[in-house]
Ligand binder design. Structure first.
Ligand code: ATP
Ligand code: MG
Length: 236
């Protein structure tokens, strides 16, 4: 039942908007592109707003960045071309795809989500973000159980954590019945907010605490999600 493709795909998703999907997608794309130099990286932007791809297009080789907006009313076409593009790209084990997505389209995206290896789900710890996020990951987990599939592995990324909110262990209680991994957190940084309209790339934040946290997150993703560690644990 599990569709296993040799390449790797990482989906940035959450039913809740504004949680940091595009921000983390852009920065992690750049960092992981450097760290995983034996892979050929690709970014597919499915968000009709096309934030991440528009920004990264100015900085990366054109063939790495693709725009395939999948809005609600052209789901059929959008989703099947996306599905084809992902499958074709992942036939090559040296390819790794990052997919940014817009908020709020779980039903139509599930077909794509289940093709992916890892879903990165950013959330703040505010209840407004956390409640829909928990519902979202619960739905994916249920879908995986219903279909007897182990992909995608769900990785929750606590984002915009305030310096005095260091204890995010409450998350563990909320997710104890769900197969989810909680990644190292990313703090709330003015440097990120201020640069939202002028992303200057990873070189611009090197040496900052923000960069150190992103780097820690990237290494965590490599060892816990990309390197196949989770596949070994869950037996795919
Ligand atoms: N760690 C952070 N610290 C400070 N600000 C952040 C952080 N992460 C994201 N933001 C800010 O939060 C806002 C929303 O982030 P972003 O656009 O990445 O969210 P999104 O999930 O992609 O939203 P959408 O659902 O609209 O696509 C942006 O202004 C961004 O700069
Ligand atoms: Mg976005």
């Amino acid at each position: 039942m599990t569709l296993s493709l040799p390449g790797k795909s990482i989906f940035f998703g959450n039913i809740k908007g504004g949680v940091g999907k595009s921000t983390l997608c852009m920065f992690l794309y750049e960092i992981l592109r450097e760290k995983l130099s034996h892979y050929k990286t690709h970014l597919i932007d499915t968000d009709p707003q096309m934030t991440a791809s528009t920004v990264l297009r100015g900085m990366m080789p054109a063939e790495e960045i693709r725009q395939l907006p999948t809005g609600d009313h052209f789901d059929g076409v959008g989703i099947s071309s996306l599905d084809g593009l992902i499958k074709n790209t992942l036939i090559d084990e040296n390819n790794i795809i990052f997919i940014d997505s817009g908020a709020g389209r779980l039903g139509s995206m599930m077909q794509v989500v289940r093709l992916t290896d890892v879903i990165i789900v950013p959330t703040s710890l505010s209840w407004t973000d956390l409640r829909p996020t928990l519902e979202f990951i619960h739905n994916i987990d249920e879908h995986k159980q219903d279909y007897g599939i182990t992909n995608p592995h769900i990785v929750m990324v606590p984002n915009r954590i305030s310096p005095n909110q260091r204890d995010y262990s409450i998350l563990n209680d909320f997710v104890k019945d769900i197969n989810v991994i909680i990644a190292p957190p990313i703090s709330d940084y003015a440097i990120v907010r201020n640069k939202s309209h002028g992303y200057k790339g990873i070189s611009d934040i090197k040496g900052s605490k923000f960069h150190a946290e992103l780097d820690r997150l990237a290494s965590f993703l490599i060892s816990h999600a990309i390197s196949g560690e989770l596949d070994r644990i869950y037996g795919t």
